[in-house]
Design a protein around this ligand. Structure first.
Ligand code: CA
Length: 657
């Protein structure tokens, strides 16, 4: 402990530097830690306030062993804080680390902040020729990968281990990138798992929990280890434990690309969960070992700010941190053909950075999905009006935030698992759900004074809201239902899960589903399973057999959504003009119509334990969803102006106009 305190005193503080951190020069061109040329290799590190910088060059990784130290070379300081060293050899596959010196004291070795390939546990970087990591056909992968409008995106959030590590998945490459390249996998009863399961479901985007290199799992240790991975180490390198050989610097890159290519061919887009808001630790982080203090915000007393709740928060408003985030996102986009980014604790980042990321991404590949958590875990050390918080989403261009009004209006508040809401018949959540159904845009028929968290519409377009009832955080849907229902039976859980997903998919916004909720998987009541074992986190695929009826319902729900333009309204004015709530004057009963393109959709959500009658515009309706059954092809025709909606179920009908 005393050593830590002593070394922290050695870190240069603002007053000791000739330049304030904010004024450090930042180069315009992208930063490449290494450039491999014909007969040379140039190393580069940005460290404007360092008094010396050296590069340690190691032999290549070979036959399961990392190479020995070959040489250590002092780097030369050039313009814009860049230090360089050029070797007269092409050092392809050589390992390297940097070391910076401040006030005469050398820091520990670091792979730098822009490392593209690393060895075991991410401590050493490698000079790889990235073209040697491309799977066959990679150069044409993007040609067939066409983006679709945001409202047609359906996000499926999953973790590699959860999805594939249970024996019941029938997947060979358990917990690995390659698990998402396997076809024809099925559970014991012969029902599909893995990719075919996702194809049947009809989701469009596979959102992977953190898959960049994180710290908490020891990549050299055999046997099960589990972590969600919200503890970043090397932002621009795939995590090693999901590859079949974490020590081989090329393996994780190759396998990640193989996965992306296969997912694209299978018709899916790939979303990365990116966690630029904090690092695993401070003193050992690549940021801190490169340019101490620069990449983090501080409290007034000089201590590290902690808006992430993880001991630190990064400073996206500083030019190099902003540049780093933009370049990192572009790198994943170009090198790994990623199609979307989910920003963890986006409310810690500043608005300008998020908008610059959107601009930079659009210039490379339009239609990329960008969304994030519009909140922080603590109070970030930047004025609220500058932060990419949910309330400021209107100032963000093409960036969506999670709609927790709908989520908690349905399942109950985030801060108390025992409290239920609409789904279990608690009155007073109707306006919060309506707020989510319209996609968090202004709507004259919503009483904002009764909405749980927002007293003002925060989106300008419905595609700025992610519509969901659960995600990896907190209890999954089955557990939350069990924790809040008075009388819990599997049959009732299924009915309410169907009702919940109907609210998610039959409104405006971008729907999102947590892996396994479609087959009522549970996590044995664990609220925060970030490091729980497989016995808690893995999806037991027998659930698909047990809850085939729910699965079929969600499949149809997704089909219905994708077939009717009424669920794809985007602009606030359109939504206010075309989507109208039917006054029901009863709790836990929400009814609305959406009219668009010659169709009128009627949706009724009844969370009461009794059937309810609702007045609707008289017409010949085709029934799409009724009493726990759903069919995109229709369940029959009815001519009516008054409908009965069965207990704890939804009714969805469509009429031609
Ligand atoms: Ca790792």
């Amino acid at each position: 402990m005393s050593l830590v305190l002593f070394s922290s005193l050695m870190i240069p503080l603002k007053s000791q530097n000739p330049l304030a951190l904010e004024d450090y020069p930042v180069p315009v061109a992208p930063i490449n830690e290494y450039v491999l040329g014909n007969g040379y290799t140039t190393f580069q590190l940005w460290a404007p306030a360092a008094d010396s910088v050296k590069v340690n060059i190691y032999g290549a990784y070979k036959n399961g062993r990392a190479g020995e130290l070959m040489t250590t070379e002092l780097m030369q300081k050039g313009e814009d804080g860049l230090w360089t060293y050029t070797s007269d050899r092409n050092l392809e596959n050589a390992g390297y680390t940097f070391q910076t010196s401040y006030h005469g004291r050398w820091n520990e070795e670091t792979p730098g902040i822009f490392a593209k390939a690393v060895g075991l546990n991410g401590r050493r970087a490698y000079c790889v020729d990235l073209r040697t990591t491309d799977p066959e056909g990679w150069s044409t992968d993007e040609l067939t990968n066409k983006m679709v409008p945001f409202s047609y995106n359906i996000i499926y959030e999953m973790h590699f281990r959860d999805f594939s590590a249970d024996e019941s998945a029938g997947i060979k490459n358990q917990g690995k990138y390659l698990s998402l390249t396997e076809e024809k996998t099925h559970n014991k009863e012969g029902l599909s798992t893995g990719l075919q399961h996702l194809r049947e479901l009809g989701v469009t985007h596979i959102h992977l929990l953190p898959s960049f290199d994180y710290a908490s799992v020891d990549e050299g240790k055999r046997g099960p280890q589990y972590n969600w991975g919200y503890d970043p180490l090397n932002y621009n390198v795939p995590e090693g434990s999901y590859s079949t050989d974490a020590a081989d610097p090329l393996c994780r890159i190759r396998e990640f690309k193989q996965m992306v290519k296969h997912l694209h061919q299978a018709g899916f887009k790939v979303v990365l969960d990116v966690v630029y808001n904090h690092t695993f630790d401070v003193n050992g982080s690549n940021f801190q070992l490169t340019v101490p203090d620069y990449f983090y915000r501080h409290n007034a007393d000089g201590s590290f700010a902690n808006g992430s709740g993880c001991g630190n928060e990064t400073a996206s408003e500083r030019p190099m941190m902003r540049k780093f985030m933009i370049e990192s996102v572009l790198y994943w986009l170009k090198e790994y053909h990623i199609d979307g980014f989910r920003f963890d604790l986006m409310g810690i980042h500043d608005i300008e950075t998020m908008n610059e990321i959107r601009r930079a991404v659009d210039a490379v590949k339009p239609g990329v999905l960008i969304y994030g958590e519009g909140w922080a875990a603590g109070s970030p050390q930047l004025p609220e009006f500058r932060l990419a918080m949910k309330a400021n989403v209107g100032q963000l261009n093409g960036v969506a935030a999670f709609g927790d009004e709908l989520r908690d209006g349905l399942r109950g508040p985030w801060d108390n698992d025992a409290n239920g809401a609409f789904l279990v018949g608690v009155p007073g959540n109707e306006e919060s759900i309506k707020f989510g159904l319209v996609g968090a845009v202004p709507h004259p028929e919503i009483d904002l004074t009764k909405v749980n968290y927002s007293k003002k519409a925060w989106a300008t377009k419905a595609t700025q809201m992610i519509s969901y009832v659960s995600c990896h955080d907190d209890m999954c849907l089955a557990d939350r239902l069990k924790a809040t229902m008075k009388e819990s039976s599997v049959e009732k859980q299924e009915r309410l899960a169907k009702l919940a997903e109907t609210a998610v998919f039959m409104g405006q916004g971008i729907p999102f589903i947590f892996a396994g909720d479609e087959i009522l998987r549970d996590k044995k009541g664990v609220h925060n399973s970030y490091n729980s074992p497989d016995s808690i986190n893995c999806i037991p695929w027998g659930c698909k057999t047990a809850h085939k009826d729910l699965f079929d319902y969600v499949c149809q729900l997704i089909k219905i959504r994708q077939q009717h333009v009424a669920f794809h309204l985007v602009n606030a004015k359109d939504i206010a003009d075309k989507m109208h709530f039917i006054p029901t004057k009863q709790h836990n009963l929400i009814a609305y119509t959406i009219e668009d393109s010659g169709e009128r959709l009627v949706v009724v959500l009844n969370a009461n334990t009794k059937a309810k009658m609702v007045q609707v515009p008289k017409a010949d309706y085709q029934i799409l969803i009724k009493d726990g059954k759903a069919s995109a092809d229709g369940l029959g025709i009815v001519t009516t102006g008054r409908v009965k909606v069965e207990p704890q179920s939804a009714l969805v009908m469509v009429a031609r106009q």
